[in-house]
Every structure is written in structure tokens, then in C-alpha cells.
Design a protein around this ligand. Structure first.
Ligand SMILES: [Ca+2]
Ligand SMILES: [Ca+2]
Length: 285
């Protein structure tokens, strides 16, 4: 029954659709639905505004990220690079200092090696080992013997005791080679006179070395006096030294070069001697 009425109302509408639209328009103009329209527009506006703000924020973030990578990141890289450069310069200075130290050390070792090779040259050498004659610092080596030439002057007895205190003795000359070696060294040292380990203080005319061995006359190198006479002359200075001259020096003066007996109380430089110390180095790594 109800559907039948509805059908009739559709077949016979009480007002046409245009009239309804006009009525709705009038209602809107009269204010009843006006608030809801404004409300809808305001919501639309707010949504658009929010979207705009969000878009602006995203754009700002993107710009900030780009600014960071372009500017701040570059500054960080520059600072890091500067720190690295500073560190590298410091490392370089340290390395240069170490190189200078090593170079100096190398020079010192080369000098020592050169001196060592001189000391080792005359001794046994093989692929497996090398034996070297070593002398204390300041002593010279000849044929497994070490020689010390003093710079100060003492009388003969004090000179003998001084050599003994260094575990040596006043030099004992046993060959022409040794005599020439000593003369050559004295030539370099300024033609001075040096005590040697020979004396006849116990028995006049009987010269003995400091180790008690008598002088072999075939291995003697006496010099000459100013009057051309051969030493020893046991000069007594016109009786002022009744015991005469009992201690022997190696005299270096042109025509007088050689051994001279002189007063034992005279102050002279000295030549000390000791056996070199043999040290064997293992050459295998
Ligand atoms: Ca004498
Ligand atoms: Ca003399």
C-alpha cells in the first residue's frame, strides 16, 4: 500500500525539481545552511594551509641537508684535512729527526768499524769467524801489541809505575819494525823525548828491560851525542850526578835520534805497552 503511494507521488510530484533547487538556494541565502558551507570552506582552507606548511617544512629540511653537505660537511672535511696535515707534518719532523740521529749513529759506527777493520786486518779471518786484536781507547795497535803515548811528563820511576797502573809497562823494544813504528809516531807527535823501559840503575853498564830481560846488543838503537859519540855515555854533568845517567829515553832530534841514557829524575813523556786483547767474532748470522 505504501509503495503504491510512493509510486503515485513520483508519477505526480507536488513540486518540480527546479522549484526544489530554488528553494534550497533561498534557504542557503536565508542563512540556515550558510554556516555549514563556510565551515566546509574553512576546513578546505586549513587543509591547504597545512599541506603548504608541510611542503615548506620538507623543502626547508631538504635545503638544510643540502646546505650541510655543501657547506658544513666541506668545513668538516677541511678541518679534518688540516688536522691530518698537521699530524703528518709532525710525523715528518719526527722521522727527519730520527733519520738525522740514525745518520749520525751510522757515521759513528762506520768510524768504529773502520778502526775495527784496521785492528782485525792482520789476524785470522775466515768465512765463519774473525779474530781481532783490541786495544783500549787511546792506544795504538801494532802486531798484537798496544802502545800509549802520554801527553804529560813524569820522571822514569813514576812513568814506570804509571804504565803498570794501566796494566801495561814501559815499552820494551824487540825489533827494528817496532823501533821504526815508535819513531814514526813520535815524528807525528812533535819530535819530543819519551821514556822507554830500559835502565842500568841496578848495575852500571848492564841494561835491562822492565821485565828483567837483559838488553840484546844486536837489537839496540842507540843515538849519538852532540860530540858524535854513541850513547850510552853515562854522563855525570861534571860530577854533579855521581851515579851518571841510568834511564833510557827515545830521543827524536835530527842527528841525535835514537836511545839516550839520561838522568832518571828528568821529566819526560812516556810510551807504555801492553798485549792486545784477542777477540773472536762469529761471522755466521
Ligand atoms: Ca848508566
Ligand atoms: Ca847519555
Amino acid at each position: 500500500m505504501e509503495s503504491e503511494n510512493n509510486y503515485r507521488s513520483l508519477e505526480n510530484p507536488t513540486e518540480d525539481i527546479y522549484t526544489a533547487a530554488v528553494r534550497l538556494r533561498v534557504q542557503m541565502l536565508n542563512g540556515e545552511p550558510r554556516g555549514s558551507v563556510l565551515h566546509t570552506k574553512l576546513k578546505t582552507l586549513l587543509v591547504k594551509l597545512l599541506l603548504f606548511i608541510c611542503g615548506a617544512l620538507v623543502a626547508a629540511i631538504v635545503l638544510l641537508v643540502i646546505y650541510y653537505f655543501i657547506t658544513i660537511k666541506n668545513e668538516d672535511i677541511a678541518v679534518t684535512r688540516q688536522q691530518n696535515d698537521s699530524f703528518m707534518e709532525q710525523e715528518l719532523r719526527i722521522l727527519q729527526s730520527e733519520i738525522a740521529t740514525l745518520s749520525q749513529r751510522n757515521t759513528e759506527l762506520s768510524t768504529k768499524l773502520s778502526a775495527l777493520e784496521k785492528q782485525c786486518s792482520a789476524l785470522e779471518k775466515s768465512s765463519q769467524s774473525q779474530t781481532c786484536s783490541m786495544c783500549p781507547q787511546g792506544w795504538l795497535l801494532l802486531n798484537s801489541k798496544c802502545y800509549f803515548f802520554s801527553s804529560n811528563k813524569l820522571d822514569w820511576d813514576s812513568s814506570r809505575d804509571n804504565c803498570t797502573s794501566m796494566r801495561g809497562h814501559l815499552v820494551i823494544i824487540e825489533s827494528e819494525e817496532e823501533q821504526n813504528f815508535l819513531q814514526n809516531e813520535l815524528n807525528r807527535n812533535g819530535l819530543e823525548s819519551y821514556w822507554i823501559g830500559l835502565t842500568d840503575s841496578a848495575v852500571e853498564g848492564h841494561f835491562v828491560w822492565v821485565d828483567g830481560r837483559p838488553l840484546d846488543s844486536r837489537l839496540s838503537f842507540w843515538g849519538k851525542s852532540r860530540d858524535g859519540k854513541l850513547q850510552p855515555d853515562n854522563w855525570n854533568q861534571n860530577g854533579q850526578h855521581p851515579n851518571g845517567e841510568d834511564c833510557v829515553q827515545l830521543h827524536m832530534k835530527q842527528n841525535y835520534t835514537g836511545w839516550h841514557d839520561v838522568f832518571c829524575s828528568r821529566l819526560r813523556k812516556r810510551i807504555c805497552e801492553m798485549a792486545a786483547k784477542a777477540i773472536t767474532f762469529n761471522m755466521r748470522p
